[in-house]
Design a protein around this ligand. Sequence first.
Ligand SMILES: N[C@@H](CC=O)C(=O)O
Length: 303
Amino acid sequence: MKTGPFNPNLLSESVFAVPPLARDADYQIDADENEKIIRFLEAGGVRSLLYGGNAVLYHTSLADFDDLLGMISDSAGPDTTVVPSFGPSFGIASDQINILQEFDFGTAMLLPSRDIVDSAGIATGIRMLSEQYGKPLVVYLKHDRWLSPEDLKSLEDDGVISWIKYAVVRENPAEDDYLREVLDVFPSERVVSGIGEQPAIVHLRDFGITGFTSGCVCVAPRKSMDMLGSIQGGDMEMAESIRQYFQPLENLRDGIHPIRVLHEAVALAGVASTGPIQPMLSNICDETKSKIQTALRTMKVID
Ligand SMILES: N[C@@H](CC=O)C(=O)O
């Protein structure tokens, strides 16, 4: 794993893969299977990994968190940057920082929660957690106006934000007043589109933000990296064709459940055996599996 302070220049150099987390039959983190996912991504050119929602870290125990950090530190290649996520509750986040401090990650992302929070309180939480960690944190904007632009600006002025994952889902990503307000107070070079390939062209081309995160990259890393390169090189026709390439799987994720479908898709694509998913989620049924196989065939990921 690449260690040392997080370098924001990396945000434009690789798609940020957001992998599922493989577990064995006893629900323990399966280091071998997770390493297969990491090697597959690295072989496709990916150099940035974000363990968060798709790894269901919202529900992880402190012991699992420790195992996870050990596993990803050991498994990621020397040129691969890894960002783990923690939280979402303040108390758990604070306990997890004690564990994070035993490892050499450049930053970590606070998972968002919509319940029992308000903007000023979230800002206080981010400030205190960053101070405890001694490093700036990744802020995950998943819900509209979760953090006001004023609070964001004051956090940026205090130097506690590493970068922002912007993932507020809009029917039309081109119409997004909150994203414009965020970009009025925070540098676009440190904002990453956080909803996969589908809104990435609009976010990068029209809003000028930097890179994108993706779950689907875990079944076709080279394609997703090519999409990033096409957008950056101004070949929007190619970028659009790759966006459409990912649609069959993304449509299933949108229609059923993005995390549960990705967890199985990675297994059905033959990348690694992902095993049982972390409770409070459940593995998908056979009917959904066969829909995923059809999508993967359309994408030519499997025969
Ligand atoms: N939610 C997106 C990007 C990751 O955060 C996905 O899973 O594709």
